[in-house]
Write a protein of this length. Structure first.
Length: 592
């Protein structure tokens, strides 16, 4: 092989890898996390698991990606090991689709239909359609579809380059002698596993083998163990991904490896026994692209059929190989609360965003609970409740740190415009929820100050605080619902209620001044009363921020102050809601 052939081969491989990456990424984006959501809700039915595993892998064109996702699910505790076993088997079947697509380059014939099925005929059409969709498409979906077409065209072009580069080797005796080495089953399996480990994709290694087979120098006896070894090599990505995960997550990777090793041993043993009995004449004949796809498919289907009834035994084997540590006390790990924020899910940004929403919802609930507890301690002080509020504030801080860091990582992935907006909204919201919990802590501190100094609000002042507190509880409920359920109706109700809270604060400050003038309140108690009102009003401000952010994203409008000004001067609808809330949260009659 001269330097030009080597460069052509490497260039073809580079285009093949890039095309596979672009096409796989586009398919993942087009799915928008739906495939992963199907897997997440998987039932314990093994046959369904196999079918779903095959379907998802065929869609994303990567068994490794599916297995890595399963490791993330099991590590996060949202899927059990026995559910993952069937999906792993199905993933091996799903990955055979790539080999069938690549085998189209080996079609022979002069008919119009066969010529149109050849990649050299339809790849340019795919490229043209893809570039039109990318340049002229006005939606993310059309642009993503365009990237899939472009990726496929590049992939097939790279495949043709590799086939062309190795074609002259068909006349090389040294090349033929080298290929005969792989007729040794152990050497062939090792070679297939090694190539796949280096390429990190069984689809790519199968593509390379199909390119070599186009020379006619590769015999069936040499190709068979390589194909089986490629399945074992596909486990490498999952094994690496399982490092640092829970015991059960590690067992997912072990099941994947054991399944392929056991399957390879059984298939090779059975095949060579039959060969010894019947002397298969095709063993020394050349193998082509289509035959490789057939062998790849038969192997995965037959092994799945044989081992499917023994899924529980595979599960037990995984438990034997990855043992629980005895006599080790199980410690509660705070990180368990963030197990949905697994870096493995970053491969599917749309799905990762859904998990971020789930974690953000937990954070919102804690923030809301802290405000409820703070209002409770205002009426009746308790050291235990104070500690609970402080603990909740610490927990919310931890949520903001972990979720914020994960969202920043997510923002650096290849996001659609809508997903990018979702990430920005989540980052915005968690900042507001964190500040809400800070205000809960501040409110609790005012209660502690009053308790320590043995000073109390008057009965009328307490009633007034309770009215504002009830209004803040409702506005917080609306904001949480808007943020966690993407509820626009609740979001639209926030601003009128925020206006009412502002008015209540103004009125109560005025009443407080009059109480001071009449000598019915002290300066010190007045400061505490004002701090309490300010914190409650700030909570409503953050609720407004959360609601307005959701509305703006929905309307593609990002002028916050302009939006609020427009809403408050919009006329009857806004004024009607304000009047309703004023009636609902009516202050007690003036009786200083």
């Amino acid at each position: 092989m001269d330097i030009n052939m080597a460069l052509t081969l490497i260039g073809g491989l580079a285009l093949f890898l890039y095309g596979m990456n672009v096409m796989g990424g586009g398919l993942e984006k087009l799915a928008g996390g739906r495939l992963e959501q199907i897997l997440e809700k998987l039932t314990a039915n093994p046959i369904k698991a196999v079918l779903l595993g095959a379907g998802v892998t065929a869609a994303v064109q990567s068994s490794a990606a599916t297995t890595v996702m399963l490791i993330g699910f099991v590590n996060a505790g949202i899927m059990r090991l026995h559910q993952a076993v069937g999906v792993i088997m199905g993933a091996n079947i799903g990955t055979t689709i790539t080999a069938w697509i690549l085998s189209l380059s080996g079609l022979d014939g002069d008919s119009f239909l066969i010529n149109m099925l050849k990649p050299t005929s339809f790849s340019p059409v795919f490229a043209i359609v893809g570039i039109i969709l990318i340049m002229a498409g006005k939606t993310d979906r059309k642009k993503t579809l365009g990237s899939i077409f472009i990726g496929f065209a590049i992939l097939m072009f790279g495949m043709n380059m590799m086939s062309g580069a190795v074609e002259p080797l068909s006349d090389s005796e040294k090349f033929r002698d080298m290929l005969t080495l792989f007729t040794n089953p152990l050497l062939g399996v090792f070679a297939g596993a090694l190539i796949t480990t280096i390429m990190q994709s069984s689809s790519v290694s199968v593509g390379i083998l199909q390119a070599v087979s186009s020379t006619g120098a590769l015999n069936f006896s040499a190709a068979l163990p390589i194909i089986l070894g490629q399945n074992i090599g596909s486990c490498t990505t999952a094994m690496i991904s399982s490092v640092g995960t829970s015991k059960n997550a590690k067992r997912v990777a072990v099941v994947h490896l054991c399944f392929n090793i056991i399957g390879t041993v059984l298939f090779l043993s059975g095949f060579y026994i039959l060969n010894a009995l019947f002397d298969f004449t095709f063993m020394d004949g050349p193998i082509n692209e289509t035959m490789i796809a057939i062998v790849h498919t038969i192997f995965n289907l037959s092994v799945t059929a044989v081992l499917l009834p023994f899924t529980k035994l595979l599960e037990k084997l995984a438990y034997l190989l990855v043992k629980e540590e005895k006599n080790k006390e199980e410690k509660i790990n705070p990180e368990d609360q963030f197990r949905l924020l697994d870096d493995r899910f970053l491969q599917s940004p749309a799905f990762a965003i859904e998990h971020c929403r789930s974690v953000a919802a937990q954070m919102a609930d804690i923030s809301r609970a802290s405000i409820h507890a703070a209002l409770k301690i205002t009426n009746k002080y308790s050291d235990d409740l104070l500690q609970e509020i402080n603990d909740m504030e610490d927990m919310v801080d931890m949520y903001e740190d972990r979720l914020g860091t994960y969202l920043v990582k997510l923002s650096s992935t290849d996001l659609t415009f809508r997903d990018s907006q979702s990430v920005a909204t989540l980052l915005h919201n968690i900042g507001d929820f964190e500040r809400i919990s800070d205000h809960a802590k501040n409110i609790a501190q005012t209660a502690k100050e009053r308790h320590d100094k043995h000073i109390h609000f008057s009965e009328r002042a307490s009633e007034e605080i309770n009215v504002v507190g009830d209004a803040v509880k409702e506005i917080l409920d609306l904001a949480v619902k808007a943020a966690t359920e993407q509820d626009l109706y609740s979001a639209y109700l926030v601003e009128p209620l925020e206006e009412v809270v502002d008015q209540l604060r103004t009125k109560l400050k005025s009443r407080h001044v009059k109480r001071l003038q009449k000598g019915m309140c002290t300066i010190e108690l007045g400061f505490i009363f004002t701090d309490l009102l300010t914190n409650l009003e700030r909570v409503s401000d953050h609720c407004s921020n959360i609601a307005v952010c959701l509305i703006q994203v929905n309307d593609d409008n990002f002028e916050t102050h302009e939006y609020i000004r427009t809403v408050k001067t919009s006329g009857e609808a806004f004024d009607s809601e304000v009047a309703r809330y004023l009636q609902k949260y009516k202050l007690p009659a003036k009786d200083f």
